[in-house]
Design a protein around this ligand. Structure first.
Ligand SMILES: *Cc1c(COP(=O)(O)O)cnc(C)c1O
Length: 473
């Protein structure tokens, strides 16, 4: 592989990324690309003969980059972030160059052992229970599906995986109305059926109502169904609400239900002492997932999936002979910890990130993002027309323009217009959502390089655009 392509390629890619990152602050975060526009510029057939790297890189700059949403732009404050960092990128470069497949210990011993060590580092830094064991999955969706299948089989006495679900009792699982759609997807795929996923109502604070949960379980049991699992959320996608996991765990223990905790975004903050109480709450869970690829400076994909008892996974996902060999030799075959056989070397980039920043460096960045959200919050609170629809949590602000006079419908229209105008300006990208039927803005400052000046600019932009609306002053 070592030839001029290597020398020139590394140099040219580096130059391309340098141009990209130095130009990024001036770019519109959200391009106005129309469906089919990029497709149209790409030839319909693959080239018969190889092409020079310059031609490929030119098309990256002229066709691909202009058609992207710039997730690493400091003005990207929509959805949840998917942030990256230089050490993450460098770790990926090494992983891509080495090109190993981390299916099992035998196929890549040091990859398996690095994964084990890095997951242990994170577990310790985040005060997760010491006996939990983790693996790296591609996404929280995959981890949740894996947990549902493991929980299902545990409840069925490992009968479903042998005989299929025909003739088994009706399995029922529970989550709140605010849970991520990945829970319902998992219920569909795992043969539970979305009808047998009970969406438990939330209280005023948008967290799962534990009385309603206990009642639902009792009702299902009375009907002869088999309740087997609860999925609780730490940091819901809409408003970053935290289900009362310790009370839910109590109910689960009482009825013998598996508790899976989805902390995809907010779980990253468990590295901070000030959120220690949140990680204390989850210690009775059976499985747990969070995504460093959202807010831990490790680019997509990197989702950490912990289980309290790894045998619960291995029993379902491993071939018996592999399992016996692994336990005899004290090794990890991560193919036995979830769905895929072949696995990317994701531990490497996470290791680069942890070593480059240290726990302190990572903590400082997260605290800075939370501080920036507080600054924006206090600026907005000075104008009574900004209504915080839910109390701000961490660095997620859920806010709308409300003059106190207009109808709900008019307010929805104004806020939709507001978000369109902000996104049209190009310096920021925000997304909206509905909370109790109201259209609201969600603002999430979490890009690796976001600074206070961006917050000032966004605030000024929000105020100037809102001037066209009626106000109460
Ligand atoms: C983002 C998110 C998910 C989905 O994460 P993927 O890794 O993309 O599957 C699930 N749950 C919550 C609470 C999320 O915020």
């Amino acid at each position: 592989m070592l030839n001029t392509l290597f020398d020139d390629g590394i140099r040219d890619v580096r130059l391309l990324l340098e141009r990209y990152f130095s130009g990024l602050p001036e770019m519109r975060v959200k391009s106005d690309i129309r469906p089919g526009e990029v497709l149209h510029k790409l030839p319909e057939k693959a080239p018969e003969k190889g092409e020079p790297l310059e031609a490929i890189l030119r098309d990256v700059e002229e066709i691909i980059i202009p058609g992207l949403i710039h997730w690493q732009h400091p003005g990207f404050m929509a959805l949840f972030p998917s942030n990256t960092s230089l050490p993450s990128f460098l770790g990926e470069m090494v992983a891509a160059g080495l090109g190993v497949n981390c299916m099992m210990w035998d196929t890549s011993p040091s990859a398996a052992e690095l994964e084990q060590r890095v997951l242990q580092w994170i577990g310790t830094a985040m005060h997760l229970p010491a006996h939990w064991q983790g693996s790296i999955q591609d996404t929280a969706s995959t981890a949740t599906l894996t947990a549902v299948v493991a929980a299902r089989e545990k409840a069925l006495g490992y009968n479903g995986m042998e005989n299929g679900l025909n003739g088994q009792p009706t399995l029922v699982m529970y989550t709140s109305t605010e849970a991520h759609f990945s829970v319902e997807k998992a219920a569909r795929i795992a043969g539970i059926g979305s009808k047998n996923l009970r969406r438990i109502p939330v209280g005023k604070d948008r967290t799962l109502d534990t009385d309603a949960l206990a009642n639902a379980i009792a009702e299902d049991k009375a009907k002869g169904y088999l309740p087997f699992m609860v999925v609780a959320t730490c940091g819901t996608t809409g408003t970053l609400a935290f289900d009362p996991v310790d009370s839910i765990a109590f109910i689960c223990k009482k009825h013998g239900l598996w508790l899976h905790v989805d902390a995809a975004y907010a779980g990253n903050t468990f590295i901070l002492d000030e959120y220690r109480h949140l990680s204390d709450d989850i210690k009775e869970a059976d499985s747990y997932v969070f995504n460093p690829h959202k807010w831990l400076f490790t680019h997509f994909d990197c989702s950490l999936f912990y289980v309290a008892n790894e045998k619960d996974l291995l029993r379902v996902f491993s071939a018996d002979s592999d399992y016996l060999k692994a336990s005899r030799e004290g090794i990890r075959n991560y193919k036995d910890w979830g769905l895929p056989l072949g696995r990317r070397f994701r531990a490497l980039k996470l290791w680069f990130v942890l070593r480059h920043f240290g726990i302190e460096g990572i903590s400082a960045r997260l605290r800075e993002h939370i501080r920036l959200a507080r600054i924006l919050e206090s600026k907005l609170r000075k104008n009574p027309n900004w209504e915080f629809v839910t109390e701000p949590a961490m660095n997620v602000l859920v806010v709308r323009w409300n003059d106190g006079r207009s109808s709900q419908q008019e307010l929805d229209r104004m806020n939709q217009q507001l978000i369109e105008s902000i996104n049209r300006d190009g310096r920021f990208y925000l997304s909206g959502t509905r909370v109790d039927g109201k259209f609201v803005l969600r603002i999430v400052p979490a890009q690796t390089d976001v600074e206070e000046s961006h917050i000032d600019t966004l605030h000024a932009l929000m105020e100037s655009i809102s001037l066209v609306f009626p106000g109460d002053q």
